[in-house]
Ligand binder design. Sequence first.
Ligand code: 6PG
Length: 474
Amino acid sequence: MQKNQIGVIGLAVMGSNLALNMADHGYHVALFNRTYEVGVKVISENPHTHLHLYKELEDFVASLEKPRKIMIMVKAGNPVDLVINGLIPLLDEGDIIMDGGNSNFHDTIRRTEAIEAKGLRYLGVGISGGEEGARFGPAIMPGGSKDAYTYVQDILENIAAKYNNEPCATYMGTDGAGHYVKMVHNGIEYADMQLIAESYSVLKHLGGFTNDEMAAIFNEWNQGELESFLIEITAQIFKEVDPATGKHMVDVILDTAAQKGTGKWTAEEALNTGTDASLLASAVFARFMSSQKQQRVAASEILKPEFDKAIINDKEYFVEMVRKALYASKIIAYAQGFDLLKNASVEYKWDLDFGAIARNFREGCIIRARFLNRISDAYNTNPALANLMLDDSFARQLEDYHQSLRDVISMAIQNGISMPAFTTAISYFDSYRSARSNANLIQAQRDLFGAHTFERIDMDGVFHYEWNSNNEEK
Ligand code: 6PG
């Protein structure tokens, strides 16, 4: 009997679509789901000669050719450990377990160690692109032992999205590297979305644009350098009308954003690695603030925002200003994301290839964008680039666009419109380009109250100063 080439455990939206994608590429896929009926439903709704559902995990495992290749597609956290623990006694040396969920990279490092100690192989595989991506071509970010990867490389490359025929499935590095890159992808995703949401705020409240007009604006933006999946879907969202009320969908949706944790992990990692990823973190905080709906409603009665519509005389000029502000902020968001990757690469000894990561993001994933070609070019020109903003072409563009960012922020702030991501973007830009910061004063304060010492600009060594001594004489 024909053995299955790969197995998928977990047949919710992502797992079932990934399995169908594999089957479409000619692989015989073994399927297993803890609740068998879910699998039966998947098979009956998507009959495919290459999908083979098993009721017992033992039969599922036995149906696989060796070394067995098993992709786990269950909820991140404990469910992954439960599946792994169930699998281990059934597997043989050299078999490969992959985790295709949004697992925390710390868990992936721990699991890699434990599983490889048993003679098995493990890969933490970041997968992006939502339901559609899983079905027709996601961006795939595998991490783990290179040796294990060689066994699954063909399958992953075949099912991945393609950019100019190049598969968006790139080996990222050992143990948790793949899930780390996916986490940062999501951190950037949060920032991209928040920046678009703030652009929406100013277009709506300062520009007075209607949803239909905003659909046209975003559609137009999507024809130019901002072209990306998120801009495209934003244009689509503004057009959608709720059949129940006849109102625009966007206007009937509650203004509290949910989150599943990957953005928060990115912010935590910024803190852990000593990276300024303030823009990425601001997007996470903005979601927290959005979920305080009741408090915000109560506060709006007490703190009374004065929400005057600014009179925008030249609407065309204003839209172009917002566009430039958005693009400049986007450069800064990615500069932070890639800076985090750079620091993590050192911290966790991954030797990440930043150009390859940018290329991997060009198709299939949520942050796919024309812009990523420029990031890839920047790292091709200089693989050791300290910060994306220092790349010649980005530096020149920031020089060109940063005034628009300032203008949009000023108008928004004057009118009481909250702009957490835009304002952090400009602060990051300004602090990064300051040859002399204000931290000399912080050091002085630390030394005064705690004798924490400081260094000097004119002498080598570490110093402590007896503060107050000059003043006593006066
Ligand atoms: C992807 C997405 C996906 C993520 C959703 C929702 O790359 O396909 O990043 O992995 O789960 O975007 O994330 P939040 O619920 O945290 O917004």
